[in-house]
Design a protein around this ligand. Structure first.
Ligand code: GTR
Length: 374
C-alpha cells in the first residue's frame, strides 16, 4: 500500500490545487532531494561556446551546440534537430546512452565521456538511429535536443572528472542522477531562447536510468510541458514499497548503482515501509502536466506492474487540478495503454526504447498538447 499522495509525512493533506502548489510541491521536492537524489547546484546561465552545422538530414537540419555549464568542466555537446517547415516546433529533450553520432547520419562530433556502453566510439555511426528515430520525428514536425549522458558526468562509481564532484565546492550534494537531470534543465535554458522552438511544448523524455533522469528533471522544472519516463523502474516511476521478486528493488539499486543517488536512499533499502515518501509522489510532482509512464512486458526488472500502481496512486494529485484526469482501473492489454493526462502504456518485448514507443507516444502528446502547426 502506497502512502496517500496528497499527504505530507506530517499528515497535512492537500485539498486544493493551491495547497499542492504552495506547500506540498515544495516540501515534496525537498524530501526527494533529501532522501533520494541529493541537492543540485543552483542553475547557471549556459554559454553557447561553439556551433557546428547545420547539417541536412531527412525532414530537417542538425546543429551541434557546445554548452559551457560550469567552471572547470568541459562543455556539453548538444545535438539539436529542427524540423523543416515548422515555425515553432515542439521539442523532445533528453540525454542519450550512445553519444550523438550513433543516432543520426549527420557528421556530428564523437564526444568524450563514459556511459553504460563504455566511451563514445568512432564505430557505429547511425547504429542506434531507431532508438531516437530523429528523422521520423522531424518529418512529423518535432524538434529533438539530446546529448550523451556520460560526457561530463561519467557513469562510473568514482569518476575523476564529473560535474557533480565540482558541485561539492558550492555545497551541493547531488549525485550522478541529479547532475544528469540538471544538464537536461540547462538544455531547456537554451531551447527557450531559440525562436524555432515552441517553449510551451518542451517534452522531457528518457529511457531507463535516463527515464529516472527525465522524471526528476520534469518533477523539478515546470518548463517541461509533458514528461515521458520509459521503463524507468526503481529510482524512477516504480515504488520502493512492494517490489516484486523479479524486479530491481531499492536494496539492489543502491548496492550496484549507489553513486547515482544520495547515500540517504540506503535507508529505504533497510526499511521501505518506513520511507517517508514513495515514487508515486515523484510522478505527482509533474501534475497537472501530461505524463506517460511507458513500459515493456518482458522488462520485469523495471517493474511495470509497480509503475501501474504508482500511476494509480498518483492520480489524485492530477484530479486536484483537473476532474478529467483518469487512469485505468485494470492494467491495459499488452500493446495498449490508457489514461488521460496521466498515461500508462506498454508493449510486447524487452527493455528498450524503440519505434513502437514513439508511435504510441506521438498521438498521446498531440492529443494532450495540441497538434503541430506548419
Ligand atoms: C539496469 C539498472 C536499472 C536501469 C537500467 C538501464 O542495470 O538496474 O535501474 O537503469 O540499468 O539504465 O538500462
Amino acid at each position: 500500500m502506497l502512502p496517500d499522495v496528497l499527504k505530507l509525512p506530517d499528515g497535512s493533506r492537500a485539498v486544493t490545487a493551491a495547497d499542492w502548489q504552495q506547500r506540498h510541491r515544495p516540501e515534496l521536492l525537498a524530501l526527494f532531494e533529501q532522501h533520494v537524489f541529493g541537492r543540485a547546484a543552483p542553475p547557471c546561465i549556459p554559454q553557447v561556446v561553439a556551433r557546428r552545422g547545420p547539417f541536412s538530414v531527412h525532414g530537417g537540419t542538425i546543429e551541434e551546440l557546445e554548452l559551457a555549464l560550469w567552471p572547470g568542466v568541459p562543455s556539453l555537446t548538444v545535438m539539436l534537430a529542427r524540423p523543416q517547415g515548422v515555425k515553432k516546433a515542439p521539442c523532445f529533450v533528453g540525454l542519450n546512452f550512445t553519444d550523438n553520432q550513433r543516432l543520426i547520419t549527420a557528421p556530428v562530433a564523437i564526444v568524450n565521456g563514459v556511459g553504460a556502453y563504455g566511451p563514445a566510439s568512432a564505430s557505429g555511426r547511425r547504429q542506434y538511429e531507431q532508438v531516437w528515430c530523429i528523422e521520423s520525428l522531424l518529418t512529423r514536425g518535432w524538434a529533438v535536443a539530446t546529448a550523451f549522458y556520460g560526457e561530463i558526468e561519467p557513469d562510473l562509481p568514482n569518476p575523476d572528472h564529473a560535474l557533480s564532484r565540482t558541485w561539492k565546492s558550492c555545497g551541493a550534494d547531488g549525485a550522478a542522477m541529479s547532475s544528469w537531470a540538471w544538464q537536461v534543465q540547462r538544455i531547456v535554458d537554451v531551447l527557450v531562447t531559440d525562436s524555432a522552438i515552441d517553449a510551451g511544448r518542451i517534452v522531457a523524455v528518457g529511457h531507463s536510468r535516463l527515464g529516472k533522469t527525465s522524471l526528476w528533471a520534469a518533477a523539478q522544472d515546470e518548463r517541461f510541458a509533458a514528461m515521458i519516463t520509459n521503463q524507468s523502474g526503481c529510482g524512477g516511476a516504480a515504488p520502493v514499497r512492494g517490489t516484486p521478486a523479479d524486479a530491481e528493488d531499492v536494496r539492489r539499486i543502491t548496492t550496484t548503482f549507489g553513486y547515482w543517488f544520495s547515500p540517504a536512499l540506503v535507508r529505504a533499502a533497510e526499511d521501505p515501509a518506513a520511507f517517508p515518501i514513495d515514487h508515486h509522489q515523484l510522478l505527482a510532482l509533474c501534475a497537472p502536466r501530461p505524463v506517460i509512464a511507458s513500459n515493456a512486458e518482458d522488462d520485469r526488472w523495471a517493474d511495470p506492474h509497480g509503475q501501474f500502481r504508482a500511476v494509480q496512486a498518483a492520480a489524485p494529485a492530477w484530479r486536484l487540478f483537473d476532474a478529467e484526469a483518469q487512469v485505468p482501473d485494470i492494467i491495459p492489454m499488452v500493446g495498449t495503454g490508457g489514461g488521460s493526462r496521466l498515461h500508462w502504456w506498454w508493449r510486447l518485448g524487452p527493455h528498450a526504447m524503440t519505434p513502437a514507443e514513439w508511435s504510441a507516444w506521438l498521438p498521446i502528446l498531440s492529443h494532450e498538447l495540441g497538434s503541430i502547426q506548419a
